[in-house]
Write a protein that binds this ligand. Structure first.
Ligand code: NDP
Length: 274
């Protein structure tokens, strides 16, 4: 029996948890596959992806800074990839064409609604940041029918441009423009946490019993998770669950089998507490 080959490409990639997650999924579902992490930058992307698939690779994940390049590379794209203009999952199809998908948004929504039982319908949601991650989560969040969705960004023009691109299905603004009613859910989709920083937001923005969620994650609580706890958020969560859920969706696209995520999230959580 041949072992099917998968990988994650990105830079930096040495701390990626994806190989561990996919090994756990493969073991759990009895799938025979290998999943490696490869340091690939924007310059080497096209050649590395082409070589990978020519050498028999079945599927790839692409992470920072390659998601927009992966979107351009794919022969065919799903609606959610086109809405995000970013691809984190490439699939080699039976006809040899490469399909690009974006599983980040569905991963976030599954983590919020299934793992944490957070209701999104009718809720006021604020996203901080207007980069690649925000592009991927807007449509899946809007599908949940929140009362309102606002994207606030340090560079306000990027938030405005994003709102125009999404036909004003949400409002874009700067951090200083947030003077309205508090929000039930604040999602930090900036990369500020990666350098231990906090986006400049007022404590009045979080509703009583509101929830904070940082898409970033680390071995210690991120600056934004700590901020949420200090505001007495009902829950203040990081993006480890989203990471596992987006991986599970990619695994499902590749193998046609949906792995159980709960045990994998628990295992990664306990590993970082030790
Ligand atoms: P991008 O580089 O595309 O965007 C970064 C965003 O962060 C921009 O909006 C930028 O604002 C903003 N920003 C950066 N530093 C600061 C700061 N100090 N204060 C305020 N805003 C800041 O990154 P991504 O969108 O790809 O990733 C964002 C985060 O989401 C990362 O932490 C990443 O790890 C996480 N992520 C997690 C996933 C998961 O599975 N859990 C999946 C995908 C992403 P400006 O436009 O002004 O520069």
């Amino acid at each position: 029996m041949t072992t099917d080959k998968y990988a994650v490409f990105g830079s930096p990639i040495n701390h990626s948890k994806s190989p561990k997650i996919h090994q756990l999924f493969a073991k759990q579902t009895g799938q025979n596959l290998e999943y490696t992490a490869q340091e690939v930058n924007a310059e080497s992307f096209a050649k590395s992806v082409t070589d990978f698939f020519v050498q028999g690779g079945k599927g790839l994940n692409c992470t920072v800074p390659l998601k927009e390049l992966a979107w351009q590379f794919a022969n065919e794209k799903t609606n959610r990839a086109n809405s995000a203009k970013a691809v984190n999952t490439l699939i080699k199809q039976a006809d040899g064409l490469i399909l690009g998908d974006n599983t980040d948004g569905v991963g976030l929504v599954r983590d919020l609604t299934l793992n944490h039982e957070i209701e999104l319908r009718g809720k006021r949601i604020l996203i901080l940041g207007a980069g690649g991650a925000t592009r991927g989560i807007i449509s899946p969040l809007l599908d949940e029918k929140p009362e309102c969705l606002i994207v606030a960004n340090r560079t306000v023009e990027k938030a405005w441009e994003l709102a125009i691109e999404f036909n004003h299905s949400f409002s874009g603004c700067g951090f200083d423009d947030l003077h309205e009613e508090p929000f039930d859910l604040i999602l930090n989709a900036t990369s500020a946490s990666l350098s231990g920083e906090l986006p400049p937001i007022s404590q009045h923005l979080l509703a009583k019993n509101g929830i904070c969620y940082d898409l970033a994650y680390g071995n210690e609580p991120t600056a934004f998770v700590q901020w949420g706890k200090a505001q007495n958020a009902r829950q203040s969560l990081d993006g480890l669950g989203m990471l596992v859920e987006q991986a599970a969706e990619a695994f499902f696209l590749w193998r046609g089998v949906r792995p159980e995520t709960k045990a994998v999230i628990e295992l990664l959580n306990s590993a970082r507490q030790n």
